[in-house]
Each structure stands twice: as C-alpha cells, then as structure tokens.
Design a protein around this ligand. Structure first.
Ligand code: HEM
Length: 397
C-alpha cells in the first residue's frame, strides 16, 4: 500500500491487527501505530531470522522469494546478510558495514557530493531538462557508493547497468545482473589483495583491517552486493520523489526558499516522513507465545511494520497527511522512514546529506526547475512486496 490515505480505515482496527496482505498466503500482524511499531523494532522477542525458529521447516520467506524470481540456489548465500540476521551475528557484520558510513566518512564525502550535484545540474541545464531520476538520481547515488567502496570511475557505468537490471524485477535481467555483480566484486577483491589502496575493499581484505576476524570472501561479496542494491536505486528514486513533493507543494517550497535554514534539520526529515519511500520494514517473527499490547502473538507469527502507516499516525503527528517543512520532528529524527533499533538503516546519514544537497542545488540555489509533464502522467512501477515507486521525473529548467 503506497497511499497513506488508505491507512485511516485500517487504523480503526488498532495499532496492531491480524490481516492477510495481498500476494501472501498466511495472515500477518500488521503494525500501523507509531508507538507500537517502535516498541516492536526494539523488542528482542521479535526476530528477523525465520530459520532460527525452533521446529521451523522448509524454505524461509526470503528463500521462497529468491526461488520465485529464478535465482539459482548457490546465490542465496549472498542475500539477506543483515536484514535477516539477529543478535551477535547481525551486530558483527553490521559493524563492518557501519564503518563505511561513519560521520567522518560521510562528512569527507560532502564536497564530492556537492561538486557532483553541481555538475549534474549544469549538464541538465545545458540540455534544458531531462529525467531527474535517471540523469541525476542514479549517477549521483552511484558515484557516492562507488567512492565509498573504491569502484573505479571506468567501471561505474557497468555497475549502473547491472543495477538497472536489478530494479527491472524481471528474472531474465535480474539473475544475470546478480551473477555479474558477484563476479565483478570477486575480481575487485583479488585486485585489491594484490595491490591494496585506501578504499573499503582494501580495508576489508587486509589482515588486521577494520574487522576483528578476517572475513570470508563470500561475506565481503555479500556486503558489497548489499551496499550496491540498497545504496543506489532506492535513494535515486527517493530523490526524485523528494523533488516532486516540493514541486507539487509550491507554498511549502516558497517557504523553504525564504527560510533555507529549515533545510537540513526540518525539511529533509519531514519529506522523508511524508513520503516514506520504503513503505514497509523487513518482516519480523515472534520467537515465542506472548501477549503484545493485548494481541495474542503465537510462536512463528509474522509481523509487518508499516513504516508509511506509522509515519502518518495521527496519534504521533499532528495533521500527518499535511506536508509541513517547519514541523519539529521531535526527539531524534522523529520519523521511522529509516526503521529503528538494531536494523536502523546504515545509510541514513548519507541519504540525508544527499537529499539536502539535491534540494539545495536543484531547487534553492537555482529556481527555474519545473515538471515537464502533468503530475498524473508520471510513471510509477510496482516494487514487489513494497508498493509502488516513482519511475521517472521529467523536468524542464
Ligand atoms: C532515502 C533513502 C533510504 C531509505 C528511505 C532507506 C530506508 C531503509 C529502511 C526502511 C530499512 C529497513 C529497516 C527495517 O527493516 O527495520 C533500511 C535498511 C538498510 N539500509 Fe537503507 N534507506 C535509504 C538509503 C540507504 C543507503 C544510501 C544505504 C547505503 C548503502 C542504505 C543501506 C541500508 C542497509 C545496509 C540496511 C540494512 C540494515 C540492517 O538490517 O541492519 N540505505 N533502509
């Protein structure tokens, strides 16, 4: 479900309720209440790794989904590294990924991001316009992730092509893309072992590097596949959604132009909350029989956190369906668009800085950008299990 208005009726059934989601066979606990969701995401009785449930047999939900798109079994090991692990196993691997996104590394990246946004703006302006997602979002997010990991400039168009194949969700393109990405990273690891540089690949393969134990090559490949698949396409589409949100709320855009100091601390969190471009968090499973907020939860029950629903919960946000760029987000970042707890998005700091820079470059410093088509002609596409996403954003400037 991608439209927050649909949540009003659902919310009458309570912050947590049992339902069958379209496309799935078994019922799940659906969470659309902000406080309940936050509690669940911090409660160790709800786990991510379904295969660890005692008595559990057969393929996990994640394995069923990979099988359904024709992914060969020997590639399953490269998926779900963080999102479907718990406890110490999750913490150990997450710490490795988190090293790529320390405040220091993200701050060091800022001048590159600003330059990259300015260059992309100049190229688009010289043509009089183009597609903001394909011609700005993708090259911008690809450059950031490739800079962090150490993928050379010459190889980036190839990586971008494979990412496009991944987001086609077409098995005929998706499976070869995964094989190519895995092969590429295996080769990159071999090159950095032979000749280390100061990039993340080199740090991960060198003995005594940023992790305690030497990581197996397959684990390093899984980390890079995870960063490549989460750090490029979803933020690229979100950046388009963020610009669209401002263009379709001209009063709010005018206020932001008059008060640019709102951008980083108020406007960016509010746009993230309002759009919640990843509408549901990863599924959780009850590791026992217990009562949660009056609900009789049973061992193995699946729980789906509706991040879009909770970010539009009127019990937490005043007038939740209204975009208010001066809204005080409250403690922390306020919204749950990046999840919360142990699985909080590791790329959140990077995504926020990227959003700030794109809005600043394309809408505040330069003010001629406008939609090149009517909003109701914009292309949306289905993201399996996650609702719909904006496929392109034609603009003139
Ligand atoms: C606006 C852009 C982004 C949004 C809205 C977003 C949102 C999310 C959400 C909702 C989750 C799952 C939380 C859960 O299941 O409880 C997540 C996890 C994750 N995100 Fe992001 N994300 C964004 C950008 C990025 C970027 C740029 C990266 C960097 C590579 C990234 C890397 C990850 C990773 C690795 C996880 C898994 C964390 C774990 O399970 O421990 N994300 N993100």
């Amino acid at each position: 479900m991608s439209d927050p208005a649909q949540y009003a009726a659902l919310r009458e059934r309570g912050p947590v309720f049992r339902t069958v989601i379209e496309g799935l066979e078994s019922p799940v606990w659906f969470v659309s209440g902000y406080e309940a969701c936050k509690e669940i995401l911090h409660d160790a009785r709800f786990i991510r790794d379904e295969s660890k449930l005692p008595g559990r047999e057969g393929p996990s939900l994640a394995e069923q989904m990979l099988g359904a798109v024709g992914m060969p079994q020997e590639y399953f090991k490269y998926f779900g590294l963080l999102s479907t692990s718990d406890g110490e196993e999750h913490t150990r691997l997450r710490n490795v990924v988190a090293r790529a996104f320390t405040a220091r590394r993200v701050a060091a990246l800022r001048p590159h991001l600003e330059q990259s946004a300015a260059d992309l703006y100049a190229t688009l302006a010289a043509k009089g316009g183009g597609d903001l997602i394909m011609e700005v979002g993708y090259p911008f997010t690809t450059a950031a992730i490739c800079d962090l990991m150490g993928v050379e400039e010459a190889d980036r168009p190839q990586i971008l092509g494979w990412i496009m194949d991944l987001v086609s969700y077409n098995p005929e393109q998706l499976v070869p893309a995964v094989k190519n990405i895995v092969g590429y990273y295996r080769d990159l690891i071999a090159r950095r072992r032979a000749e280390p540089t100061d990039d993340l690949v080199s740090e991960l393969v060198k003995p005594g590097g940023i992790h305690r134990d030497l990581l197996a090559e397959d684990v390093i490949i899984s980390i890079f596949l995870l960063l490549t698949s989460t750090g490029i396409a979803p933020p690229a589409h979100f950046l388009g959604q963020a610009v669209l949100t401002l263009l379709t709320h001209p009063g709010q855009l005018a206020e932001l132009r008059a008060r640019p100091e709102l951008l980083a601390k108020r406007a960016v969190p509010e746009i993230l909350r309002y759009t919640t471009s990843v509408p549901t968090g990863g599924p959780l499973y009850a590791a026992g029989d217990f009562e949660f907020r009056g609900c009789p939860v049973r061992h193995g029950d699946a729980v789906v956190p509706s991040l879009l629903g909770v970010n539009h919960d009127p019990a937490r946000f005043d007038g939740p369906d209204r975009l208010d760029l001066s809204r005080d987000p409250g403690p922390g970042i306020g919204h749950l668009a990046f999840g919360s707890g142990a699985h909080y998005c590791t790329g959140a700091a990077l995504a926020q800085v990227q959003t700030e820079i794109v809005i600043d470059t394309f809408l505040l410093r330069n003010r001629t950008l406008e939609l090149a088509v009517e909003p109701d002609r914009l292309p949306f596409f289905d993201v399996p299990g996650k609702g719909t996403a904006l496929g392109g954003l034609p603009v003139r400037l």
